[in-house]
Design a protein around this ligand. Structure first.
Ligand SMILES: NC(=O)C1=CN([C@@H]2O[C@H](COP(=O)(O)OP(=O)(O)OC[C@H]3O[C@@H](n4cnc5c(N)ncnc54)[C@H](O)[C@@H]3O)[C@@H](O)[C@H]2O)C=CC1
Ligand SMILES: CC(C)CC(=O)C(=O)O
Ligand SMILES: [Mg+2]
Length: 351
């Protein structure tokens, strides 16, 4: 039986289109000759559209995106657009509107990959970052702007409903992993209202998972442990802001931001989930063919996994692992890396 996957593609800004082209190249290759067809819709969203029309993401765009099975996104944000306009009005609007409350960010140090860690050990953990609440909801404001008496607020929103559902997801993931360990990362010694809600929720949900070991690290200490002893982490659950920050650090210890993949998941599958590299639009290297597309290719593997195409997902991540093992630091262009990954992920033709 043939299967059609409707894929929304938001290449976005900066290096976004460069890395997405390679992600799609690998996706096409891995599905070539199979009974799965991908029907792609490219969405013109990002800085160019904003300059042309003043629009970030309209209701019509959102309705059209909802008609898809999944979304592949490159990166959003450009120095020519006031900071926050696209990040809030497009990227976060997509995550919030599509209720992507699980922002899944695996960190794995592949064999042979250089790391700044003195004693690398096994880096193999996953961050479950809350994706629809916290300080990113836009619950803020400023008065007396530009005066010496300016007051600016960004209020972190944490609801019992929102915290519980992401904590449940994290426990389920921890239980499914061999080490069965969950670490809450927060700052409940200072952010007592939100922190205590998170702590109580982890305690309550944890009672239903007696086989999962639970521990806690304040976010500042967590940044120490990520560098000195990342082996202590298996599943980390944390809020939107802390998760954003520690996953760039997680990327840095696992071979660099060019390798870090993510999924913005709606576990109930009432909306399309969105897969994207952890990195941004990297204006400093955009247009030079220098960006590493591996993070996007690994995001394609997460996308395939989410759609139940487990073998294909494995072929893509195996292709990455094999390619990474042979990297010797010789610079390769974005498309050369994509070509190499696609060649390795190509289906083996039966003899
Ligand atoms: N999900 C998204 O769309 C995100 C968007 N942004 C936006 O991206 C823009 C730039 O933000 P930055 O803070 O500079 O973060 P960034 O992640 O774009 O870049 C940070 C550093 O990592 C490097 N880098 C990023 N991706 C790379 C890749 N694939 N290969 C090699 N090097 C790579 C960049 O050259 C830069 O030195 C801003 O507008 C920001 O708001 C930032 C993070 C996530
Ligand atoms: C630009 C932000 C809204 C997003 C970000 O940095 C991230 O999700 O990692
Ligand atoms: Mg980030």
């Amino acid at each position: 039986m043939t299967r059609t996957i409707r894929l929304a593609v938001v290449a976005g800004d900066g290096i976004g289109p460069e890395v997405v082209a390679e992600g799609l190249k690998v996706l096409d290759t891995v599905l070539a000759g199979s009974d799965v067809t991908v029907e792609r819709t490219e969405f013109d969203l990002g800085a160019q559209r904003w300059h042309r029309t003043g629009e970030t993401l309209t209701d019509e765009d959102l309705a059209a995106i909802r008609e898809h099975d999944a979304i592949l996104l490159g990166a959003i944000g450009d120095p020519s657009v006031p900071s926050g306009v696209l990040e809030r009005g497009l990227l976060l609007k997509l995550r919030f509107a599509l209720d992507h409350y699980v922002n899944l960010r695996p960190a794995r140090l592949y064999p042979g990959v250089p790391t700044p860690l003195a004693t690398p050990g096994d880096v193999d953990f996953v961050v479950v970052r809350e994706g629809t609440e916290g300080p990113y909801v836009g619950n803020g404001g400023a008065i007396r702007v530009g005066t010496p008496h300016e007051v600016a607020n960004e209020v972190s929103v944490n609801t019992a409903f929102g915290v519980e559902r992401v904590v449940r997801d994290a426990f389920a993931r921890a239980q499914a992993r061999p080490r069965k360990k969950l670490t809450l990362v927060h700052k409940h010694n200072v952010l007592v209202h939100a922190g205590h809600l998170w702590r109580r929720t982890v305690e309550a949900v944890g009672a239903e998972y007696p086989d999962v070991t639970v521990d806690y690290a304040h976010v500042d200490a967590a940044t120490i442990y990520l560098v000195t002893d990342p082996t202590r982490f298996d599943v980390i659950v944390t809020d939107n802001l802390f998760g954003d920050i520690i996953t760039d650090l997680a990327a840095a210890i696992s071979g660099g931001i060019g390798l870090a993949a993510s999924g913005n998941i709606n576990p109930e599958r009432t909306t399309p989930s969105m897969f994207e590299p952890v990195h941004g639009s990297a204006p400093d290297i955009a247009g030079q063919g220098k960006a590493d597309p591996t993070a996007t290719v690994l995001s394609v593997a997460l996308l395939l996994e989410h759609l139940g195409l487990t073998d294909e997902a494995r072929r893509v991540s195996d292709a990455v692992a094999a390619d990474i093992a042979e990297r010797d630091g010789t610079p390769r262009s974005t498309s050369a890396v994509g070509d190499a990954l696609a060649a390795r992920a190509a289906a083996r033709v039966p003899a």
